[in-house]
Design a protein around this ligand. Structure first.
Ligand code: B12
Length: 234
C-alpha cells in the first residue's frame, strides 16, 4: 500500500527536475507555527540560464525566477490540498515573500519567520554554503525551495545535515559582487550574520537588477552560477 509520503512524491510533475525531503523540525519552529514536520521541495533551475549569469542577473533568469516561484507555489498548495483529503493539517510556505508580509523588522534584519534552507538541511537535502545558499547534494545551489508544514509524522524522515561540505572551496566568496561573505564554514551553531552580510548582498542585488534588467527586485545569481557543485558535468 502506498504511504502518504509515496503519494506526495507522486505529486511531483517530474522527478528529474525536483528534489523532495521530509524533515522533523523538532522545536525549531514551535514559536511560529503549530506544526513539527516539513515537506521541502526544491525545483531545479535551468543550467543554460544559470550558466549565462556572469556578473549580473539576466532577463531570462528573471523570467525563470517568476516561473519557478509560480510552479513551486502551485505544488505546495496541491500537497496541502492532498493532505486535507486525508484530514491531515498543514500549511504551505511559498517560495517568495509578498511585500504585504514584510514589516520594518524584516527590512532591518532581512530575516523571514520561516527559512526554507533550514527545513532543507533538516530534511538532509544539503548544507549551507559560504555565501549562505543551500547547496543540495543533487543540484548544488541551482534550485529554488518551497515547503509544506504539517503535523503528520512521515514514515521515513531525512537525516539532518549539520555542517558544511564546502571544504576549502571559496569560489562563491571570491566571485560575490557584494563581497558579502567572510569565507567561514557553516554549521548549525553559527548565525548567518557571522559569515554573511545580507544587507550588502541585498543592496548589490537591487543595484545590479535595476541596472541590467531594469527591475526593482533583489536578484543576482552569481553565487549560484559559479558553484562547482551545481555545474552540469560535461
Ligand atoms: C530574506 C531573503 C533574502 C535576503 C537575505 C538573504 C539571506 N541569505 O538571509 C536577500 C534579499 C539579501 C536575499 C538575496 C538572495 N536570495 Co533570498 N531569500 C530570503 C528569504 C525570503 C528568507 C531568508 C531568511 O529569512 N534568512 C534569515 C537567515 C537567518 O536564514 P537563512 O539564510 O534562510 O538560513 C540560515 C538558517 O537556515 C541556518 N540553518 C540552516 N539549517 C539549520 C539547522 C539548525 C538546527 C539551525 C539552528 C540553523 C540552521 O543556516 C542559515 C545561515 O545561518 C528566503 C525564502 C525563505 N522563506 O526561506 C529567500 C531565499 C533564501 N533566497 C534565495 C535566493 C536564490 C536569493 C538570491 C540568489 C537572489 C536571486 N534569486 O537571485 C540572493 C542571494 C542570497 C544569498 N547568497 O544568500 C533562495 C535560496 C535558494 C538556495 N539554493 O539556497 C531562497 C530560499 C528563496 C527560495 N524560495 O528558494 N534573499
Amino acid at each position: 500500500m502506498k504511504t502518504v509520503q509515496d503519494e506526495i512524491i507522486g505529486l511531483l510533475p517530474d522527478q528529474e527536475q525536483y528534489v523532495v525531503g521530509f524533515a522533523d523540525m523538532g522545536h525549531l519552529i514551535e514559536d511560529q507555527y503549530p506544526f513539527r514536520y516539513a515537506v521541502v521541495i526544491g525545483a531545479k533551475l535551468n543550467d543554460q540560464i544559470i550558466d549565462a549569469i556572469e556578473k549580473a542577473p539576466t532577463i531570462e533568469y528573471y523570467d525563470l525566477y517568476v516561473q519557478t516561484n509560480r510552479r513551486l507555489n502551485e505544488l505546495v498548495v496541491e500537497i496541502a490540498n492532498f493532505l486535507k483529503t486525508k484530514d491531515i493539517g498543514s500549511q504551505p510556505i511559498f517560495a517568495t515573500v509578498e511585500d504585504s508580509e514584510l514589516d520594518d523588522d524584516y527590512r532591518d534584519h532581512l530575516r523571514y519567520m520561516f527559512s526554507h534552507k533550514m527545513a532543507a538541511t533538516r530534511a538532509g537535502i544539503g548544507w549551507i554554503g559560504k555565501t549562505d545558499l543551500l547547496v543540495s547534494r543533487r543540484f548544488g545551489p541551482r534550485l529554488r525551495l518551497a515547503t509544506v508544514l504539517t503535523d503528520y509524522e512521515f514514515e521515513k524522515l531525512g537525516t539532518p545535515i549539520t555542517k558544511s561540505n564546502c571544504g576549502k572551496c571559496a569560489i562563491c566568496v571570491d566571485c560575490c559582487p557584494a563581497q558579502a561573505a567572510t569565507g567561514m564554514l557553516w554549521n548549525t551553531t553559527i548565525d548567518r550574520d557571522e559569515f554573511f552580510n545580507a544587507v550588502k548582498c541585498r543592496e548589490m542585488c537591487r543595484e545590479r537588477a535595476a541596472h541590467h534588467i531594469h527591475k526593482e527586485i533583489s536578484l543576482c545569481g552569481v553565487c549560484i552560477a559559479v558553484c562547482p557543485k551545481g555545474k552540469a558535468r560535461r
